[in-house]
Design a protein around this ligand. Structure first.
Ligand code: PMP
Length: 415
């Protein structure tokens, strides 16, 4: 008898059979309101009919158009269409399969294009699980412990995590930018720094949004020193934060954008986008992969983009996010164990703390488990695992938000 490795650790005991919209149905017939969306992936809802139809049609035509051997139309069309939503000037795309691989692709591009060895990442960031991306990940030790030696050339600077420091946003930002200048004097010369890699909202690190002053500070230093500003929009992109890209909240111009998750409604697809002149500095043939830009995944992404646009999912994310946030704030006001509610759009979280304000992972776990037992699927995040996040599909309705909030209030009270 063979079975699954214990390397896998599952957040809920649910054995999913099918999904429809914001609901997952288990093999035992139970229905769950899915506020995890497969870790922020199924933004169009589970099995959106237009995505299903596009996938079925493409699968019957060509499943594997191997892009280093032959080109195929879905990849060409997707590269064009993404141009309509990408920041101005980021007109050249390269596709791989996962967020981690796209982070690695951006890392390779940054090193080749600048001929500089180091990358600067921000404390609390998650960039992925491959050794390169894990070496750039500082959201929790569990993502790198026991994997040493990690990749070299990674320098860590503070992120403006105001709540954890007990500071105002302004104080935390001033600290983070001063420390960044110190890092550029003490840990890497600017001339050896290829890129800043930053999430517009720390994801796995606890749903902490960056802010305009911090992002402008990065842009300004990037311009001054010829360092690339790479935005990891794997979790924040495609409408998740109530704007198309997370960085749209801050009005900064990125040099490279990394996208995955919400891009293809659950099919493995990711991409990096950069100006053509920058991409031209990568060495042709130095990157690729067997499955990158898979034809069915590209068809799913094309349908996803159509649904996001025609169903106004970005506006819905902003509107439903405001409703969810208001409800979470009300529950927090009645619950001393919830120290903070934060996030952007439909990327929201509640942080659990003990009487002294220290992280309370046990409380977060109890609430997460009580919620899933009551029919609301949730995930935790944060270094200590004491932050419970909500990332429903972007198609979520006001009734479903209210249904989720009622289950949340119940779970918090019972745990
Ligand atoms: N970057 C960010 C910001 C992420 O949230 C994630 C996944 N949680 C990744 C990279 C890695 O993506 P993947 O799991 O698809 O490799």
């Amino acid at each position: 008898m063979s079975g699954l490795s214990p390397i896998l650790k599952q957040a809920t005991p649910v054995l999913a059979e099918r999904g429809e919209g914001v609901y997952l149905y288990a093999e035992d017939g139970r229905r769950y309101l899915d506020f995890t969306a497969g870790i922020g992936v199924t933004s169009t809802g589970h099995c959106h009919p237009r995505v299903v139809a596009a996938v079925q049609e493409q699968a019957a035509k060509l499943i594997h158009g191997q892009y280093t051997t032959v080109m195929h139309r879905p990849l060409l069309t997707l590269s064009e269409r993404l141009g309509t939503v990408l920041p101005e000037g980021l007109d050249s795309l390269f596709f791989v399969n996962s967020g981690s691989e796209a982070v690695e692709a951006a890392l390779r591009l940054a090193r080749q294009a600048t001929a500089r060895p180091n990358v600067i990442v921000f404390h609390g960031s998650f960039h992925g699980r491959t050794i390169g991306a894990a070496s750039m990940t500082t959201s929790a030790t569990k993502f790198s412990a026991g994997f040493a030696p990690l990749m070299g050339g990674v320098v860590v600077s503070p992120f403006p995590t105001a709540y954890r420091y007990g500071w105002s946003e302004q104080e935390a930002t001033r600290f983070a930018l001063r420390e960044l200048d110190y890092v550029l004097q003490t840990l890497t010369t600017p001339g050896e720094a290829a890129a800043f890699f930053v999430e517009p909202v720390l994801g796995e690190g606890g749903y902490v949004p960056a802010n305009t002053e911090f992002m402008r500070g990065l842009r300004e230093r990037a311009d001054r020193h010829g360092i690339l500003l790479v935005l990891d929009e794997v979790q924040t992109g495609f409408g998740r934060t109530g704007r198309f890209w997370g960085h749209d909240h801050f009005g900064v111009r990125p040099d490279v954008v990394i996208t995955a998750k919400g891009l293809a409604s659950g099919f493995p697809l990711s991409a990096i986008a950069a100006p053509a002149e920058l991409m031209a500095k990568a060495w042709p043939g130095s990157q690729g992969g067997t499955y990158g830009g898979n034809a069915v995944a590209c068809a799913a992404a094309l349908a996803t983009l159509e649904v996001v646009q025609s169903e106004n999912l970005v506006a819905n994310s902003a509107e439903m996010g405001a409703r969810l946030r208001e409800g979470l704030a009300k529950v927090a006001a009645d619950t001393p164990a919830i120290g903070d509610v934060r996030g952007l759009g439909l990327m929201l979280a509640s942080e659990f703390v003990d009487q002294d304000g220290n992280p309370d992972a046990a409380a977060a776990a109890r609430v997460q488990q009580a919620a899933s037992a009551a029919g609301l699927l949730l995930l935790t995040c944060g270094a200590a695992g004491n932050v419970v996040r909500m990332i429903p599909p972007l198609i979520v309705t006001a009734e479903q938000i209210d249904e989720g909030l009622a289950l949340w209030r119940e779970a918090v009270a019972s745990a």
